[in-house]
Design a protein. Sequence first.
Lengths: 405, 475
Amino acid sequence: MTDAIFRPYAPSDAERSDRSAGDRARHRLKVRESIRENIADIIAEESIIGQNRDRIIKVPIRGIREYRFIYGDNTPAVGQGNGDSESGQVVGKARSQGTGEDKAGDQPGADYYETDVTLEELIDIMFEDLELPDLERKALRQIEAFRMSKRKGYRSVGIRIRLDKRRTARERARRRMAVVSHRPADRLDSPAAPEMPVTRRFPFHDDDLIYRHMTTDTRRESNAVVLCLMDTSGSMDTMKKYLARSFFFLLYQFICTKYRNVEIAFIAHHTEAKEVTEEEFFHKGESGGTFISSAYLKALDIIQARYHPSLWNIYAFHCSDGDNFDSDNPQALRAARELSDVCNLFGYGEIKPLGSRYYESSMLNIFRRLDADNFQTVLIERKEDIWPSFKAFLGKDRGAREQQS
Amino acid sequence: MANYALKDLEYWDARIREKVQEFGLDCYPQEFELCDHNQMLGYMAYSGMPSHYPHWSYGKAYEKLKTLYDHGVSGLPYEMVINSSPALAYLMRDNTLCLQILTIAHVYGHNDFFKNNFTFRSTRAEFTISTFKSHADRVRTYIEDPSIGYEKVENVLDAAHSLSLQCRRNLAVRKLSVGEERERLAEAAVRPPDPFQKIHKRQEHGEVDLKRSPPSPEEDILLFIRDHNPFLTNWERDLLTIVHEGAQYFIPQIETKIMNEGWASFWHKRILDSLDLPQELHLEFLVRHNQVVRPIPGGLNPYHLGLRMWEDIERCGSDPTPEERERIPAGKNGRDLLFETREVDRDASFIRRWLGEWLMRDLDLIRVEPRGDDLVISDVSDEEGWRTVKELLLKSVGMGSVPVIRIEDADHGGMRTLLLSHAHDGRDLQLENAERTLAYIHRLWGRDIVLETVMNGKKATLTYGEKGFAAKAAK
């Protein structure tokens, strides 16, 4: 028997040998694809709406399992008891894992397996899915932001951390070559004497040092405001509010990805409208009737006062259950037309969960008469409608359309 | 962090090697490589192979292993051995000296086993690593070929992976060529001469369809598709070959999991006991050994079951019960039985021959079946139940965990539809997996696929065609 060979541990190899990196990246890509395919289901999950962007959420995914012919769940198995097993004893829950044979890796995972993504990543995936052209930006009044990081050439003076080692070394090499090629010349200013052999030390000189130069950079910000309008009259129940909230959430997140400086305003209305905080907006119920026009007028006031259309990209969306006082309709229509004139995009979402009294009254018919090309009405009946209607809504963006034409 | 130097390992290896020879184990040359836990995870994801073709499933395996490891759900195995000549084993650098000694001894057990067990004869150990290397090179060539590319290769690999274990199980039996098979069928169809044919009623003469393809039901699905789908390109054929050959390496391991782990545990125990370890090493060894071979209630630890069975075989040789004496050939001692069994058995035959009633009772083996929402013990290894339990164990060990699917006809109904049949043994197929796997077969075969099986006690036909999947139960 020959001696065994021991190959010692080589840390340098270990650092370089991340051999699965490529396959991991490919796997992650597939996970992402799978998320994209199920995006409509995922964003309808309540746990996502209203969360912080940095939060890590668990997303159930299907489709990255490796399928084989395997036996079904009703297959009996042989196991080892604890020493005093009796027939008829219950030893666990069916379909749970880890019972029975240790089958060489062909045991399927749970039907769904979950993966961690940050909300940020999820939102990216969502908006990749939209494939919308970039939105127009109104760039008049901007908040100026300073950034220190812009590079602008090289200098021979600077602070130590900005020393460019590569260029410095090159400079030294250049100087050294010059010295060597002019060996006969007796250059007094050179630190290397002419008779000095080439292999001798050839230290850096102050003149060799090269520093990266940085300048401060001013960058213009583009502004957008999201106006959330919602009917808080007695007929808006929790389910309807939840659907509305999901929609506002998407809209806000989307606008955030497109503009640097995004503000949000909440306008709640019943027979009269007022600006409220987010908390009040979603949680405080009011009773009473509905004048939709009141909200639109209030929105116009706010725009007039704080978000002038020449300076701000304005996105307004109104959620209601369509239950408006008839007498208010003409006025609402007029206000809506005005609002469409000042907004990039203005939408009306009618929220009628299935099972609610459907044909009772609807603003959809009335808004049909509004022919502004940046106005869109959508009907949301259940969670699954949110994503399609959101896509339809954004398709109307004036900026996007102008860019295309 | 480690309490040893490389020369300590070499010292202990030399001592272990002496014992290995003394005990008569017969090993390939052995190589050890020290690695850290990240490298170990990497090797595990690729079944230990130093080079392997890329596929996302290995990335997934890595992520899964790493998640489990980082969360402390599962530790890493102490060792990993590749069945090759020379045998290649990885040792975790962070393990203690005692664990390294245990591992080295354990590795020699595996090494002896796969050099001598009959199931491993079909894998040519001296070529294992170079075969996988050649596979990797070929797959990378296809990926880099601008007319093929990653996506197309992945499509074929995904499909092929799902079928890689749908192949012949007993690799020691030679596969007949199509010509030989037809000859055999023709011979079988000729009736033996009947001396009483004058008085016998003339038997109906069944004609053999020699044109039928395959001549008799075929288990090697990948190879059959490779050879009989004329629309596959050469690189697609080669990918099917690669996946098939890759799986062939694992089949002996799947088929001998219990024997193999039991054998290695049996010998590492024996070797370490005989080494006169210093006391503190010996105590740690006992702890580690018991962690490895402990029974897992509700599950079945192959290390435990295997070890107990090998110990029992040795006992049979030295101290047989009267019944056993009848069964065991005369003149064989425990050692003879051990070495003979490690050569000629695989898990199923090993259990059939050597797992007796009293050992089953001692191990408290139980048959568990789902009833409603609960898992219920249906049989225990008592006088009535042990045969039922053993029957099920025999059915589920080794490749028994993979359903037998055979190709019956490659031109079903004259439409080049592929007709498959599932050899149903009381266990139904899992439907979603069956559906997806049929889709993969369809991808490779290019025409409709029909699978005949049994679902909930009724004959059922699963089909996959242009319009997708359909399941139909017979009336």
